[in-house]
Ligand binder design. Structure first.
Ligand SMILES: [Cu+2]
Length: 629
């Protein structure tokens, strides 16, 4: 057959060098989580703990994957090589939780266990509680998941233990691990809050600690009364000073856990066209990477949520450094894709991946309620905090699974990211028996629209791992398993030391409802190097780096990370490692950038976002707007 001009042109296109295409990452199916990952926590050994609700509605039998147990310990690799680039098929093991933990709060404890408090009262596991089983009321529950420690056998599975109950009920509370290794527990309600039938007596505007402090606890926190009903899952972060930042709706209070004094030094976030920055208009707040280049400055970024004037999602992002002398909210580039229920994962190179969520609607939704979100956003958007204004976002590949209410995202030791969860989006359709209304993206996974539960895990291979597959990556052959602040320590590499540019440290994640008090990124100083080892310095304080499990990544000059080693950061005296003989002061190779972007193409959506920010905001005008929450 004669070649036509068109077919020749096509052949020429097909033969074009691959290097011409920018890496945008790859999404791959990674098996089943067994339960719907409403709550997702990273565990050592490339494992996740996922927790779901009892399938309470009479229309849904108990989850057959787990015989109705509410949590699963998930082995993501399930025999696959952590150093490889092949696919995974994860394996889950059901784990029994004492009481119903659905929509409780959690954090990774100082010892790497998962502390999970509060939950839900409703616990029928199917149409017939007698035969299908029941979960006890979990609203005052306080429990710990003890994972298998790093280095355990592949078939080791963790388990739950029960602590004494809290003195009050908490549904949608927030938990954070403090600098001293204790936990703070904040807020929540006593019932499933129904925005159409408000009753402020349902609010639990208090906070307390675990282990419990002596004295009268829990203690009142008036900001949670002020914010009602926009106070569920407050945004809570430990600050470098070891005080606690707490943000609800658009107001901030800072709690000193040593004295329980409150301070109000952070101004309100300007309203502009944005609904309260909290559930059900859910945005996400993330600690930006603390790096040598920014002198370990602590800055928070809140992105997404809902507009106030329409039901559409908001693309806005704002930053605040709460411990500046005069903290000021600063608006940065809009997200390329507006999202409500957006999730973030801080990556080893100091960029931040934003995934999940919807272009409009609200979080939440239950049988009969019309709180459904719409227009799932499938694209992954990457934020580079070091990039100039107008160039902060890069759009990457689109996921296959939509992730709406009750979803999560987790960075793993391998450098991959997984997304989890999503439920509810067709409850309304299902319970009104209007399956014909089932949305196209629901039908994609559930052709007959009979279940709102997504148990698919999807893996994202970021562009740096595409480069790793082509060009190799740093390999850590030996690292300590524990570490104390300010210590120096030695890491051995089996790959070339001359390519090493950075060492970064990322704390294990727990996430639910776009609330993640755990993940944070701190760059480590590389003091010396030898032909096969590095001398590193641990984070300086527990305010910047609370105790718990962290992932140590070594990056090359192209921003490609090693597989991480998990190191448990513990409280205790600093230890100085002997500098190996022949070691020389470390200098990064020329051409290596810190927090550099992936070099991906900027899409037209990014350009649109840039132009929408171009009209500079008048801060004075923003503050002059009436307070509308
Ligand atoms: Cu929930």
């Amino acid at each position: 057959m004669l070649a036509t001009a068109a077919s020749l042109a096509l052949a020429a296109l097909a033969a074009a060098p691959l290097a011409a295409a920018a890496d945008v990452g790859v999404w791959t199916s990674a098996g089943s989580s067994g339960v719907v990952c409403i709550h997702t926590a990273l565990l050592p050994g490339m494992r996740l703990l996922c927790t779901e609700r009892p399938h309470t509605h009479t229309s849904y039998p108990a989850n057959a994957n787990t015989n109705g147990e509410l949590s699963a310990d998930i082995d993501l690799l399930n025999g696959a090589d952590i150093n490889g680039f092949g696919t995974w098929t994860s394996k889950f093991t059901a784990r029994h939780v004492d009481t119903n933990p659905f929509c409780g709060g959690h954090a990774q404890m100082a010892n790497g266990s998962i502390f999970h408090v509060g939950g839900d009262p409703f616990g029928n596991l199917g149409p017939n509680p007698t035969t299908d089983g029941i979960y006890a009321d979990g609203r005052q529950g306080r429990r710990i998941y003890n994972p298998c420690p790093a280095g355990s056998a592949a078939d080791c599975v963790g388990s739950w233990t029960t602590l004494p109950s809290m003195t009050s009920q908490r549904w949608y509370p927030t938990v954070a691990t403090l600098a001293d290794g204790s936990n703070i527990i904040i807020g929540g309600t006593t019932v499933n809050l129904d925005l159409s039938k408000l009753n402020a007596s349902e609010n639990n505007p208090t906070y307390e600690y675990w282990p419990a402090k002596t004295g009268d606890w829990p203690r009142q926190l008036d900001i949670l009364s002020w914010a009602y009903p926009y106070m569920l899952y407050p945004m809570v972060f430990v600050l470098p000073s070891e005080k606690v930042f707490l943000f609800v709706s658009n107001k901030t209070v800072i709690i000193d856990p040593k004295t329980d004094q409150l301070s109000f030094t952070v101004p309100d976030l300007p309203v502009i066209d944005h609904a309260p920055w909290i559930y059900p208009y859910t945005p996400t707040m993330t600690i930006l990477p603390m790096t040598q280049a920014n002198n370990y400055k602590f800055t928070l970024q809140v992105c997404g949520g809902s507009k106030q004037t329409t039901a559409d999602a908001s693309p806005m992002c704002w930053q605040i450094s709460p411990e500046d002398a005069n903290p000021t909210w600063t608006r940065v580039d809009d997200m390329p894709n507006a999202r409500v229920m957006v999730d973030s994962a801080i990556l080893p190179d100091g960029t931040i991946l934003y995934v999940n969520g919807a272009g409009g609607g609200l979080a939440g939704g239950d049988a009969g309620d019309v709180l459904n979100a719409y227009n799932p956003v499938m694209i992954a958007d990457l934020f580079d905090p070091t990039a100039a204004t107008g160039k902060q976002w890069t759009s990457l590949a689109a996921a296959t699974n939509y992730r709406l209410y009750h979803s999560g995202v987790v960075l793993l030791e391998s450098g991959h990211v997984v997304t989890t969860g999503s439920e509810m989006n067709n409850y309304d359709d299902f319970h009104k028996n209007k399956k014909s209304d089932c949305k196209p993206y629901v039908k994609q996974f559930n052709a007959d629209c009979t279940s709102p539960f997504n148990t698919n895990i999807e893996r994202f291979t970021p562009p740096y791992l595409q480069r790793a597959e082509r060009n190799g990556r740093p390999v850590i052959s030996k690292a300590p398993t524990t570490l104390t602040h300010k210590s120096t320590f030695i890491v051995e590499l089996s790959s070339s030391i001359s390519n090493v540019a950075r060492a970064t440290f990322i704390r294990y994640t727990t996430t639910t409802h776009q609330t993640n008090t755990d993940q944070r990124f701190i760059e480590l100083k590389i003091l010396y190097s030898t032909s096969n080892s590095l001398v590193l310095q641990a984070p300086d304080t527990a305010g910047r780096a609370p105790p718990g499990n962290w992932m140590l990544f070594i990056l090359d000059k192209d921003g490609v990370p090693s597989v991480a080693k998990t190191i448990q950061l513990q409280l205790g005296d600093a230890v100085t490692a002997a500098v190996p003989s022949g070691a020389t002061p470390f200098t990064a190779p020329t051409g290596s950038g810190s927090g550099s972007n992936t070099g991906s193409q900027k899409g037209s959506a990014v350009q649109t976002a840039i132009s929408s920010v171009a009209g500079a905001l008048s801060a004075a005008a923003a503050f002059a707007l009436p307070f509308l929450f």
